[in-house]
Design a protein around this ligand. Structure first.
Ligand code: SR1
Ligand code: MG
Length: 429
């Protein structure tokens, strides 16, 4: 099918010309852009693994069109992928927007047939991962990310949401089978056997990468996390909350791309973000001109990692106290009987459980980005293979320890101290 032909069910993938005509035919969007197709400028900027992303600018305004392709862009049409992921992305975005409109892009239009979302062009926002590679700091990032996590996870859980609505939503997102399958395979399973699409920095990282296949404790832990991922329908997750899914300026942060959304364990989203911040940390020895040039920046990354968790826990605790209206831990059993201590103890135990899950998921998510199909630019942009493999080996060690020892870390600073210790131990003679 060429780019101008209509596909099955009326779907057609757009290009930089046809997308303009498409938007011109939508009165509300055309009005926002301020002119007909001939007055629009369009470019395709998608650099993710799955979709087309167009930026369209008109005389009056601009929009982004994100369109699903019927296959995995990273691999090609040998790996088909359902267009319905755009439907799940739209449904997740609208729910997140209802909870925290300032932390997601404004939404303008959804077209199920063409599997696309028209939304705000975030400018001058840049993808967080690129800014971290450049060594930039963002004062509000942890506050924004921790709040986003607490608000979206609490409000879509049985701690808050009406149980009938939640069950309907669990059923709706349960159909996001293909994208969940990507995670199930690429994160929890394929790194641990000779899967066709696995790759790593070879031969430098061969030792630790191949050792995973014989590491029984790591393999069992990875599958235990997969069990949680499939069975614990705790809250509506973003599902792919890495540093490429956040766009930032000095004062703003927006979460994008929730096409992997489904009801799963809260710790999966938190762990994804922590994993990517730890990967950024371990990549620091490959960036900067001189050895140690990025040490202070590494510390900022670890402080930010800690703060994400602390902001999450504080906001979640406030919501627990003030907005616990769901079927779980009802106030009738606790506060209404004067048992405020019971409510506080239950909260502490709940957060301990989320922290354990977060730790395990963070470990699994680090490992998959080092030896699986999809890697991170933080590491990939380190040109010298020996330096890159050194950074990756340290990150791999961290991932394994988080995965296997989840539940044995006292608090978030135990995780950041482990990162410091691994980096110190393996970079000093
Ligand atoms: C085949 S898709 C590979 C990865 O890209 C996305 O960002 C998800 O993380 C997925 O696992
Ligand atoms: Mg994405």
């Amino acid at each position: 099918m060429n780019q101008h032909q209509k596909g099955e069910g009326g779907y057609r993938p757009f290009d930089v010309d046809s997308v303009k005509g498409y938007l011109a035919s939508n009165p509300a969007v055309a009005e926002r852009l301020g002119g007909g197709a001939e007055a629009m400028q369009a470019r395709e900027v998608g650099d993710g693994n799955l979709n087309l992303v167009f930026i369209i600018e008109g005389p009056k305004g601009s929009v982004v069109v994100k369109q699903a392709l019927p296959y995995v862009r990273l691999v090609g049409d040998s790996w088909p992928l359902p267009l319905k992921r755009a439907f799940f992305e739209w449904n997740a975005l609208t729910r997140q927007a209802a909870i925290l409109p300032d932390r997601v892009p404004s939404l303008y239009h959804f077209d199920e047939t063409n599997a696309l979302v028209v939304m705000e062009y975030l400018s001058p926002h840049i993808i967080l991962r690129k800014e971290l590679i450049a060594g930039k700091r963002f004062e509000h990032l942890a506050e924004h990310a921790g709040t986003f996590l607490a608000e979206t996870l609490f409000r879509t859980s049985d701690l808050h949401m009406d149980t009938a609505q939640k069950k309907a939503d669990v059923a709706l997102f349960a159909d996001n089978v293909a994208l969940c399958a990507i995670t199930e395979n690429l994160v929890f399973t394929e790194p641990y056997f000779d899967a066709e699409l696995n790759r790593w920095t070879t031969p430098e990282l061969d030792g630790p990468a191949l050792a995973l296949r014989g590491d029984r404790a790591v393999k069992i832990a990875a599958q235990e996390m997969l069990h949680l991922f499939t069975a614990k329908t705790e809250a509506l997750l973003h599902g792919d909350l890495h540093t490429g899914s956040i766009m930032v300026t000095e004062t703003d942060s927006r979460v994008i791309d929730p096409e992997f959304a489904f009801y799963g364990p809260m710790g999966f989203d938190i762990g994804a973000l922590l994993a990517n911040l730890f990967l950024a940390y371990f990549s620091q020895d490959g960036h900067g001109q001189q050895p140690g040039a990025r040490d202070e920046y590494g510390e900022w990354l670890l402080e930010t990692t800690e703060k994400v968790w602390r902001v999450f826990a504080a906001r979640f605790s406030k919501l627990w106290t003030e907005e616990r209206t769901g079927i779980l831990f009802p106030r009738s059993m606790f506060e209404d009987q004067g048992d405020h201590v019971g409510a506080a103890v239950a909260l502490e135990r709940f957060l301990d459980g989320v922290f354990t899950d977060t730790t395990g998921f963070a470990g699994a998510k680090m490992i998959r980005r080092l030896v699986g199909l999809a890697h991170v630019e933080d590491m990939e942009s380190i040109e010298d293979p020996a330096t890159r493999a050194g950074c990756e080996a340290r990150a791999l060690q961290m991932g394994c320890e988080l995965l296997v020892n989840r539940g044995r870390f006292s608090d978030i600073s135990a995780l950041t101290n482990l990162a410091r210790a691994i980096r110190r131990e393996r970079t000093q003679p």
